[in-house]
Design a protein around this ligand. Sequence first.
Ligand SMILES: [Zn+2]
Length: 215
Amino acid sequence: MGEYDGPGACGADRPFKVSAVGRHQKVPLNKSTDLNCPMVAAVDDWLERTVQPVAQAMFGQPVIGVEHMGTYSCRNIAGHRQMSEHAYMNAIDVSGFRLADGRTVRVKSGWRSADASEANFLRAVGGAACEQFTTVLGPGADAAHQDHLHFDLARHSKGRRVCRGGDEPVPDGGRMFSFFKDRSVETTGSIGTRDGDAGGGALEDGWYAEDEAAE
Ligand SMILES: [Zn+2]
């Protein structure tokens, strides 16, 4: 594995090349990627303790694949001077879940889908993720998170967790999946950063359009 030669302060000491996630039952990622060690553990926990139980409860089948849009990018948070957690391989943007029957539930199409099971599933796995991660941003957070769930392990001031938009209410008064009932994590309307809170509310993402345009 060795050290990652990121420019400047970017990268992680001993990143893992990750091609599958989960603890006992590994499921493949759509593309392998680099994550730091704590993130590998957090993603594995999240998949096993949150995603798979919710998938079984809601769809009667397991998730057999996870789609992501990226983990590593040496950049600032869009429009801010703070480095993104993506610069430290301390974040992942999850965009979809492949079920055993071949169906894929995607954040982009499913979050506000008329199919309540997809909308609820995504809220359940997004909202509950604040047990494993210190930042969760979903489509309810801002325009930059309409097609993915951002998870990271940022060290927020005072040990806070920032959980924003991962459990936006279901449209049209739909019923929220009861998985949320016993959540005991703090949620907040503002976004913190590694070195304290950004005055303007620093947004993690919003870089894909640029990246894709450049390719
Ligand atoms: Zn992100």
